[in-house]
Design a protein around this ligand. Sequence first.
Ligand code: CO
Ligand code: ZN
Length: 329
Amino acid sequence: MQETLKLVTQAFGVSGNEDEIREVISNDIKKYVDEIRVDAMGNLIAVKKGKKKKIMLAAHMDEIGIIATFIDEKGFIRFSNLGGVSPFTSLGQRVKFRNGIIGTVNAEEKLEDMKGLKLGKMYIDIGCKDREEAEKLVKVGDTASFVGDFVVQGNYAISKAMDDRSGCAVLIQLIKTLPKTDNEIYFVFTTQEELGLRGAKTAAFGIVPDCAIAIDVTLTGDTPECNNREVKLGGGPAIKVKDSSYIANPFIRRMLEELAAENSIPYTLELLDRGGSDPGAIQTTGVGVPCGGISIPCRSVHSPSEMVCLDDLENCVKLAALFIRNFKG
Ligand code: CO
Ligand code: ZN
């Protein structure tokens, strides 16, 4: 699982530009599934055939990043965000464009108060003397992801894009280890979640599942002076109760809680007042889909140094596998 996590977190795949990460995942899983396809929104859909219920498991494969909007005459790049990019966590970081070009993220020098820090007052430096030289390397409309190496320390792993490649790693582990069931399982690596849950919606519409579970990271309550939340690193999967896009389907939520309790899997409940996630899009697709969320506790979400606990990932795999085997509709 660690190897998979490294592979998928370090691949490029800013929202709307998911082809590299899709290729990486597709190559890793294709020999374990009966069918694999890509829909018009770029979602990667892998199927393990079965005769009974259609279960959709989703994790988004896009990551937050930036897009170049303007290159000035000195060769500095102005940019806009793709997904929730904070100016504070971006300052001083490096970004990597699709072609491998590295840029440093800086702010205008006349900025006196950090409160005034906005992406519009920031620029990317790729070390060029003028616009002409810069445009040979980066063009307006090109996207870049943040640079954040993969590190394992004890039971914790740190990297860029744990949101939501750690969910992708959980799905990949399920694909590789799940024994055949009577149910038909759709493993969906969705696109453009960070831009408003866009891929999940068309994927669910195309599949018309009998139920769905989305796996994504969530905020924890275990760091200094943060909001009160019971979700914590090492606390096991967080079963989603609500976020700003979703409120839990009571049947699915109860089933997940019971399966965790009966099988001694530690878990907490996730309640977020801000931020949406794929279950919100999936459950309101077509005539509606009973949908749940299993969340991976993650510190420093939407920074280049997102941290997860490896035991939590294993427990997410266990809980999702139990759900798949026990769902009867
Ligand atoms: Co996110
Ligand atoms: Zn996410």
